[in-house]
Write a new protein. Structure first.
Length: 146
């Protein structure tokens, strides 16, 4: 299958890496599904997925309680905890990409807080290593807004 490039990213030096990266999803990722399963097991319902009526389209939004949850992939959002490596190829592009993602995240979180929303960011590595702790963070924030 021929992939038409849009010019935003550099031409890859390895087509196999390019094919792998192009298959990475933006919505309904494994970490998101893990968190949703934990919420379901805890009996929490009534949330919206990728709610477009507020800034940032949070991965999970409890609209009634003004609680927005973002599940961030460590590579794409530059996790400060596990500090994923920057790829050796096109490292300038990737450093800039992650920095712009982080700046966008800050803007969206600030806009949500201005609107009176509580914002929680859950990192992929935190969810993988301590899922119950992340669930308790969400439940604590959810019960604080009730």
């Amino acid at each position: 299958m021929a992939y038409i490039r849009d010019g935003r990213a550099p031409v890859p030096t390895n087509e196999q890496v390019s094919a792998t990266m192009s298959r990475i999803k933006a919505k309904n990722t494994k970490p998101e599904r893990v968190l949703r399963n934990l919420l379901r097991e805890a009996g929490e319902r009534g949330y919206r997925l990728h709610y477009a009526k507020i800034p940032g389209k949070p991965d999970i939004a409890f609209v009634k309680h003004h609680l927005a949850l973002f599940v961030h992939g460590c590579f794409w959002h530059g996790c400060p905890y596990c500090r994923p490596r920057t790829p050796k190829t096109n490292s300038t592009f990737w450093s800039h990409k992650v920095a712009t993602n982080q700046a966008r995240d800050k803007r969206k979180n600030a806009a949500l807080r201005e609107l009176g929303w509580t914002v929680l960011v859950i990192r992929e590595c935190q969810l993988r290593t301590r899922p119950k702790v992340q669930l308790s963070r969400v439940l604590k924030a959810l019960h604080a807004t009730r």
